[in-house]
Design a protein around this ligand. Structure first.
Ligand code: ADP
Ligand code: MG
Length: 285
């Protein structure tokens, strides 16, 4: 099972949007996918309609080490897409983890229980530096950080992330290392000079070996807003590029993102594209 956490120390850059859409895309590509909502504001938990709701969620998982599927795993209406719901509105987990001896490593010790049943675990986090974000990061094989395309946000992100990685460095004596961090620019629109921003970001991030700026960028597009409103993944709402628009269809964007993050599953993603777009278009693209 591959584990990816979606993190940033700010609210609003698109963590939940990326988690929900990437997760549904992977699930439809026949990967057994488990979303984990570690945000105390449970927007990922309510993104997709549930077919089955488990009695427990992240609270039982983390505070009681409850990993039994019938207790914590809910199923969405999308085949292959399950979710561990957020049920910690008062942020009690953070306090609990702060005082637990294994606090930051708690999730790392728990996730092995899901390895046989899932191919991919995607963890959405809160938009603030917190111990829950840290426990998610430390159990992950890779991290994904959406950032909005402006240089002030990028510099702030860079400082915050550098500090976070530095603070977690002492855990390396236990053999626990932070995963590589993949940055994806989200909400790129026509008012942004995309190539200029991309270049400045490359330069800002160049001297940090753990930070990788992804080639894929996500445009600001109504399909991503509609996805949240309608509870339907963006790639389903828009799989062909609208004629009057320059930015690519949500389907191509999420597909490119998935291929860049999980190249080992490219065959799965190509197959979904073939099924959805049809043989003709696929060969032409
Ligand atoms: N690429 C995008 N295009 C248009 N709207 C977006 C895009 N990404 C995110 N949004 C919108 O921005 C808002 C914040 O996104 P969200 O994913 O909730 O951020 P976060 O989880 O980081 O707080 C939401 O209203 C969401 O629909
Ligand atoms: Mg969110």
């Amino acid at each position: 099972m591959k584990i990816a956490s979606v993190i940033s120390t700010k609210g609003g850059p698109g963590k939940t949007t990326v988690t929900a859409n990437l997760g549904a895309f992977c699930a439809e590509s026949n990967l057994r996918t488990l979303l984990v909502d570690l945000d105390t504001q449970p927007s990922l938990s309510s993104f997709y309609r549930l077919e089955h709701e488990a009695p427990g969620g992240t609270y039982e998982l983390i505070s009681q080490n409850q990993t039994r599927a019938d207790q914590v795993i809910s199923r969405t209406y999308i085949p292959n897409l399950s979710v561990i719901l957020s049920n910690d509105p008062h942020n009690q987990l953070s306090n609990m983890l702060l005082y637990a001896a294994d606090g930051r490593l708690r999730l790392k010790n728990l996730v092995a229980a899901f390895a046989d049943d899932f191919d991919l675990m995607l963890i959405d986090t809160q938009g603030a530096r917190s111990i829950t974000l840290e426990t998610a990061l430390l159990c992950s094989d890779l991290a994904i950080s959406p950032i909005t395309p402006d240089m002030l946000a990028a510099r702030e992100f860079y400082r915050g992330t550098q500090q976070l990685l530095k603070d977690l460095e002492p855990l390396s004596v236990l053999g626990v290392h932070t995963p590589p961090l993949n940055i994806v620019i989200n909400k790129l629109d026509a008012t942004n000079d995309a190539s200029l921003i991309y270049q400045s970001l490359v330069e800002t991030l160049a001297d940090h070996p753990r930070l990788n700026l992804l080639n894929t960028t996500i445009p600001a597009a109504v399909s991503f807003r509609r996805a949240a409103t309608e509870g339907v993944p963006a790639h389903r709402l828009e799989y062909r590029q609208p004629h009057n628009r320059r930015s690519p269809a949500a389907f191509s964007v999420i597909r490119a993102l998935a291929c860049e993050l999980f190249p080992e599953w490219r065959g799965h993603f190509d197959k979904l594209a073939f099924e959805l777009l049809g043989a003709h278009e696929e060969l032409a693209s």
